[in-house]
Each structure stands twice: as structure tokens, then as C-alpha cells.
Ligand binder design. Structure first.
Ligand code: ADE
Length: 227
């Protein structure tokens, strides 16, 4: 599964240029019995299988020994929702070790015995963590130096300001009877900036009231320590 789709397009080019790399490990390679089993039936009964703590810990410890001092993230549906802020921090850091589950998940004792951050890519259940890991990696890779070229500052993008991004237009100027908003053709950079800001605010308020509330809440917070 790795690099999978990240071997193509923007991330693929960056991979070929040596701007990032990926060293996948197979958890099964750390199994110790002759069936090379990585999972077992859930204690207490129920459906599915659970990934064994001993086998997964051996894989984690191997990763930590070969690539030390990287944050360890397990992709799980119960994890903290992935945010652009977390993506930015990871992209600025030394790398990441990603742990991908299958079946019903990991033996809970793993999370007690190792420092593992759990991250979710959304409120739905995938058949495994790999797709989530690809999503996380894609979001990080595009922020790496040299990957996006001139567009790489990305600070006007959705979520960077806590708002959705303003809408975009390009030629043709008239399409199916619709024109590009006049302000965008005015050449008046101050007016354009004001229009974009206003659009970003209205779109966020209407499409993502949750984001809007947080944005507004953040603006009216008193400085920390004040009260
Ligand atoms: N593994 C299964 N579902 C997931 C999700 N929503 N996010 C991250 N990893 C997962």
C-alpha cells in the first residue's frame, strides 16, 4: 500500500527527488509463532480479531530503534481528528512513524505501554489504517520545502486561517452565461483582498458553522492570564 498513490503526481515527483521517503514495515514480520499470527480473538468474546500487543510492540520497537525520536501515531477511528495545524507541525518535524491497524484494532495495553498518539481522518470506519496514513502523508508532503513551488506558502488555503478558502475563477471570462466577479478583474488589490476575506467568512459561516464558531470564539477570547 506504500507509497501507493503517493508514488504519483506531486508526492511521487517529490519522492523521486528525495524530498521524502517511506520505509514500510510488515507487522507480520514480527510474529513469533510458526503461523506468523498477528491477531487473536477478542477477550470477552465478540466479532472480529484483535492485533496482538506483543507482536505490534516488537514492530514499534524495531521502528523506534531504526528511526529514533520520531512521533508515533496510530491511525484509529477514535483518535483525535487530523487538523491542518497537526499536519503543519508534522511536516516541520523530523518525520513520523505511522501505525496502521486492521481488524477490530489493537490490544488496548499497547496504548498504555508505549507513547502513542491516536489520529483519525474522520468519523467513519476504514477497513484499515493505511488509507488514513496515506491521507496524513499526502497532507504533510505537499507542505515540504520545494514540493509545491511558489504555491507552497499555502497560508491562504482552507483551514490555515481557521476559515474555508475563498472561491477561485479562471478564463474563459464568460462561461455558460456566467461571468467572473467584477472585483477580480478590477486590478484593485485592496478591494480583491477585502472581497476574498468577506467570501471566506460567509462561506465558512454557511458551510461550516462549527469552524465559524471556533473562529469567532478565538477572536473574542481574552488574552491568557486576563480575567
Ligand atoms: N482506521 C479505521 N478507521 C479510521 C479512521 N477513520 N481514521 C484513521 N484510521 C482509521
Amino acid at each position: 500500500m506504500f507509497p501507493g498513490p503517493l508514488g504519483m503526481s506531486l508526492a511521487g515527483r517529490a519522492l523521486n527527488e528525495g524530498r521524502w521517503r517511506c520505509d514500510p514495515l510488515q507487522i507480520r514480520d514480527f510474529a513469533t509463532d510458526r503461523h506468523r499470527s498477528v491477531d487473536d480473538t477478542p477477550a470477552g468474546g465478540g466479532a472480529g480479531m484483535v492485533l496482538r500487543a506483543d507482536v505490534v510492540a516488537a514492530a514499534i520497537d524495531h521502528a523506534a530503534a531504526t528511526a529514533p525520536d520520531l512521533p508515533l501515531i496510530a491511525m484509529t477511528p477514535r483518535g483525535r481528528p487530523l487538523s491542518q495545524a497537526r499536519v503543519r507541525a508534522l511536516a516541520a518535524g523530523p518525520g513520523v512513524t505511522l501505525l496502521c491497524g486492521r481488524f477490530e484494532g489493537f490490544d488496548e495495553r499497547l496504548f498504555e505501554a508505549r507513547a502513542i498518539e491516536e489520529v483519525s481522518i474522520g468519523d467513519y470506519v476504514l477497513s484499515g489504517g493505511e488509507m488514513g496514513a496515506l491521507v496524513l502523508l499526502d497532507a504533510c508532503i505537499r507542505l515540504l520545502p520545494g514540493v509545491m513551488g511558489a504555491a507552497s506558502s499555502g497560508d491562504e488555503e482552507s483551514f490555515e486561517s481557521g476559515l474555508l478558502e475563498y472561491p477561485h475563477y479562471t478564463r474563459p471570462q464568460m462561461w455558460e452565461g456566467r461571468t467572473i466577479p467584477e472585483v477580480l478583474r478590477s486590478g484593485d488589490h485592496a478591494r480583491i483582498a477585502a472581497w476574498r476575506k468577506s467570501k471566506a467568512e460567509t462561506d465558512t459561516r454557511l458551510r461550516r458553522p462549527d469552524l465559524w464558531e471556533r473562529h469567532e470564539g478565538a477572536r473574542v477570547q481574552p488574552p491568557s492570564g486576563a480575567r
